[in-house]
Each structure stands twice: as C-alpha cells, then as structure tokens.
Design a binder for this molecule. Structure first.
Ligand SMILES: Cc1ncc(COP(=O)(O)O)c(C=O)c1O
Length: 412
C-alpha cells in the first residue's frame, strides 16, 4: 500500500468525519505551494480559507516563532500575569484596526484574544447581549441579534443555532435562542426584524462559505444607520475576508463603514498557531468584560502573540492588501475571459484575491477534483462556487499557471 493510501486509511479509522476530503496528503508547504508525499507540487488556491494570506511558512513568521521557542519564550503561563508579547500583540492589533464604534467616543480599541475563530464570534455575541441588557435595559434572556441567510460563523453550539444551513444544526439541539435570520443584503427586512429586544447585528462584510457573496452596494452603510438609529452593536466578522484578502486591510473599508466591533482570526497568525481576536471600542469592551467574565487558557499565550505580531507585520510591511488588490484585478480579468469562453460558468464575482466562479451545474467540487489532478488545490464555497483565494504573495507566473489549468477545466 502506498504511504498516501496508508495515511488516509489510518485517518479514516481514527479520525472523526468532520470534513469532506480531497485525496491528497500534504507533506510540506512553502509560499503558494503544497508538496504531497510523492513530491508532487500543487498551487494552493485555498490558503486554508485565508489563514495562509502571508504564504505558507512565511520566513519572517517562522523565524519569530523559532526564536521564541529557542529562547524559552513560548509556553502557556496563564493570563493571571502579564507578558511583554501579549501587550505588544494587543497594541499592534488595536492600532491596525481603524478606530471602532466612534459613537462610543474616541476610546482606543481594545482586544480580547482567543484561539479558533468561532470562539471570538461567541465573545462578540456575549458582548452584544451584555450591552443590550446593561445599557439598553433589555431583560436578560430576551436579547436578540440579527444575523443573515447563508451566514457562516463557525460550528459551536450557539453559532450553528443560527445557521441557515440545516446540515450544520440538525440533531444538535436544543439550539440557542435569540437570533433572527434575515436575507443577506436586504435592508428593509433587517429593519423589519428589529424589536425593542434587539441588541446587535452580526454580519460578514463579504460571505466566504456562503458562496463568495459581495453584499449589494449600500448594505453595510444601511446596517450602520440602522444600528445608530436603534442603538445596536454592529459586529463585523472579518475572520475570512479581513487582513488583506479582498484588496483592503478590512473588507468593511470598501464601503467606508466602521462597525462597533470586529472579529479577526485565520491570517492573524499567518497560519502558524490558532489565534483569533474580538476587537471593540474600548468603552464598549470595558462595559462588557470585567475580570472573570471571560477568559481562555491559551488565548493570548506567548507563542500565539509572537506569531500574531510577526503575521501582522508581514501584512503591513509587505503591503499584502495592496498586492491582493493588484494581483486580484489581474486574476479576475483573466478568469472572466476564461468564463466568456466557457459553457459551464454562471458568474465570476469577487474582490482582490477573493474570487468565486459559480458553475451552472451547481457542482463546484467536480471542477475542483479536476483542478487537483492538474496541480491546483481549490475547493467549493456553498456547493456551487469554485473558491479562488490563494496566498496574497502569489506572483504573475503562478497566476499564469492557475489560469492555464482553469482554461483546461472550464473550457476544455
Ligand atoms: C467568516 C467566518 N467566521 C468564523 C469562522 C470560524 O472560524 P474557525 O474555523 O477558526 O473557528 C470562519 C471559518 O471559516 C469564517 O469563515
């Protein structure tokens, strides 16, 4: 039996079936490339759902981490004491995000660090609910948050409770109450969903898992207005689309709309260790969280912070948001030209290096499997759309490599 087959079989024996898998075993990674057990190379057009924006094994992040490990500065200490790296990471993150929630005053952003993205989504939900109770006088237990169709915010119990996808929540009840699902992009429906118990709105400024959807122009601005008019906490989940992915540092900058709080994850550590953060206007953060009301053993531990500092430095200093805008425009134009020659493409949409190719037969994985045979890793978004989201360090030669293969798969 080949090593590849043996690894897959062993994983099937001992691992839970939590993801639909492509038949590939990765041995090493570098930049935009993955190498399998037999030495075959694949251009990574998934970038771990944006976690590897800086390119796999980015040398600056690797060297920051190895320095920390070699200098005994890595293990969990506990947040009951301070560490220099946590302080540095919090300050850098707070200052990288534009001043949030100006309606609360000019209080510097504050940051609450966690591990996986969904943990910070739950933190955001707690923040909006607490604000609703403490500041708006909503009865505790009656708070409502508005969310949107085709949302994806992770897979823990509370978060799947408001998924519009049955498969994420069926059989996992009792589900968490307090959410109203509204059509993504529909401002009138959002307005109609607001009640005296509404405390917040949670939205992805662009949807990744939901089909690579850009909201209609004015939607985010409208949500800002509704939040201001009704004293709601406007929460943007930028876990997948933030940190340069869409050609701006944050996707909300395309519409110049400032939320009250933002959730970041994935690329905030450059794909090296799990890190996520909830960032809010300092006044809001101080109102909601007091010692004991939140916390996480690994959240903000030194190794995470070392990775986070280096990962943010790479995005800022290497101008990866600008690069995403430039290379994304080139790639999208080429994909649109391929789509115009193809009988199977329904629509191409995206911003920066966040491009979806919706296929007419609704089975994007069929095309992803063919791409894999040709040396490209991509996967579907919402079944019907091929997601093209390579590391933001992709160069022109690699874009050419990808487009040659897209041409073969989509045109023939
Ligand atoms: C927009 C968004 N929110 C939340 C999450 C959940 O993040 P994690 O898988 O790190 O928990 C994801 C993951 O894909 C995401 O894309």
């Amino acid at each position: 039996m080949s090593q590849t087959k043996a690894i897959i079989e062993t994983e099937h024996t001992y691992g839970a079936h939590h993801y639909g898998r492509l038949e590939m075993v990765v041995k090493s990674t570098e930049g935009c490339w993955l190498t399998d057990m037999d030495g075959n190379k694949f251009l990574d057009c998934l970038a771990a759902y944006s976690a590897a924006n800086q390119g796999h094994h980015n040398p600056k992040i690797v060297s920051a981490l190895t320095d920390a490990l070699n200098n005994n500065y890595a293990s969990v200490i506990s947040n009951v004491v301070y560490t220099e790296k946590l302080t540095e990471f919090l300050e850098k993150t707070a200052k990288t995000v534009p001043q949030l929630g100006p309606r609360f005053g000019d209080h510097p952003n504050k940051v609450l660090p966690k591990n996986g993205g969904v943990e910070s989504v739950e933190t955001a939900i707690k923040a909006a609910r607490y604000y609703g109770w403490k500041s708006k006088g909503i009865d505790d237990g009656k708070q409502e948050i508005i969310v949107f169709s085709n949302n994806f915010h992770g897979r823990m119990t509370t978060v799947v409770s408001f998924s519009s996808s049955e498969k994420y929540k069926k059989g996992f009840g009792p589900l968490t109450q307090g959410f109203k699902i509204v059509e993504y992009g529909d401002l009138e429906a959002t307005k109609a969903a607001i009640t005296p118990n509404t405390c917040g709105i949670l939205v992805e400024p662009m949807q990744g898992e939901g089909g690579m959807n850009i909201p209609p122009e004015g939607f985010l601005k409208g949500l800002r207005q509704l939040s201001d008019d009704n004293d709601l906490i406007l929460l943007f989940d930028e876990i997948q689309v933030g940190l340069g992915r869409t050609g701006k540092m944050f996707a909300f900058e395309h519409e110049n709309v400032i939320p009250d709080a933002v959730i970041l994850g994935k690329a905030i550590s450059g794909g090296m260790v799990p890190v996520s953060v909830f960032v809010a206007n300092g006044k809001l953060m101080d109102l909601v969280f007091q010692p004991g009301s939140d916390g996480s053993t690994y959240g903000g531990y030194p190794l995470a912070c070392v990775a986070g500092i280096a990962a943010l430095d790479v995005i800022i200093n290497d101008k990866l948001a600008e690069r995403s805008a430039e290379k994304g425009a080139i790639l999208k134009e080429k994909i649109e030209a391929i789509a115009a020659r193809s009988d199977c493409v329904k629509e191409v949409r995206g911003l920066g290096l966040f491009i979806g190719i919706e296929v007419k037969n609704g089975d994007a994985m069929e095309y992803c499997r063919k791409l894999l045979e040709l040396g490209v890793l991509a996967n579907d978004s919402h079944g019907h759309t091929i997601r093209i989201s390579p590391p933001l360090v992709i160069n022109d030669e690699e874009i050419e490599y990808l487009c040659e293969r897209l041409e073969k798969v989509l045109v023939g």
